[in-house]
Design a protein around this ligand. Structure first.
Ligand SMILES: [Zn+2]
Length: 218
């Protein structure tokens, strides 16, 4: 099987999304690019992850042509591929419908930076892209614009996308964003939340990724 290790990691990440309560049934997506070949492994469309095997993870090239697999790829696969083409620094995407973060996508609001952990992982607010139907060109363009140079984007009235240099980072960002959104909702009940300024968020991100820990983070 081509890229068996990567396809196993994609499957494990998809299952972890369900384990963290970020998706349910056949919802959500995990996708990863092999840096050497440029091929992308992604979860198939419309199937629950429990019964899947690595061979069920679809492998396509960067233009969406099938390399190996027997299922159709995720129904938004062209969007994932556009992200990979736009951002060579990112090799993994996670898509969830997690409740609290999706609430921002429904309200059409950007998610401010509110916790140190969120600042460490994102370094800036997570922008909300306007709603567009999956068949429309805007579905492909608006999220790319909203992402900019960031690491997460909210899909209008739909859900959440997070990114990373690898699947671990994309997954940790998905969990971090959902927890931050939950904390923000709670803080709003207590009063007016204090949010990070642009400089504070950027400083935390730079510190975490360049000066903190045992090794350099990407
Ligand atoms: Zn979705």
């Amino acid at each position: 099987m081509i890229l068996e290790k990567l396809r196993n990691e994609v499957l494990e990440t998809a299952r972890a999304l369900a384990g963290y309560g970020l998706v349910w049934m056949a919802g959500g997506t995990a996708a990863a690019r092999d840096p050497e070949s440029g091929w992308v492994a992604m979860t198939p469309s419309g199937l629950a992850y429990d019964g899947l095997h690595a061979a069920d993870i679809v492998l396509v090239d960067i233009d969406g042509n099938l390399v190996e697999g027997h299922y159709k790829p995720s129904c938004a696969s062209e969007l994932w591929l556009r992200f990979f083409r736009r951002r060579p620094d990112l090799n993994a995407i996670v898509h969830t419908h997690s409740c609290y973060a999706t609430a921002f996508a429904v309200a059409g609001q950007n998610m401010p930076v509110i916790t140190e952990t969120q600042a460490d992982w994102f370094g800036e607010p997570i922008r909300s892209a306007p709603y567009a139907h999956v068949e429309d060109e805007a579905f492909l363009n608006a999220p790319l614009e909203a992402l900019g140079n960031g690491f997460g984007v909210l899909l209008g009235r739909h859900g959440v996308l997070t990114f990373g240099k690898d699947l671990h980072d994309a997954l940790e960002r998905a969990v971090t964003l959902e927890e931050a959104a939950k904390t923000y909702a709670m803080a709003c009940l207590l009063g007016k939340p204090h949010i990070f300024t642009e400089d504070e968020a950027r400083r935390s991100f730079d510190f975490y990724h360049h000066r903190y820990g045992q090794e350099q983070k990407g």
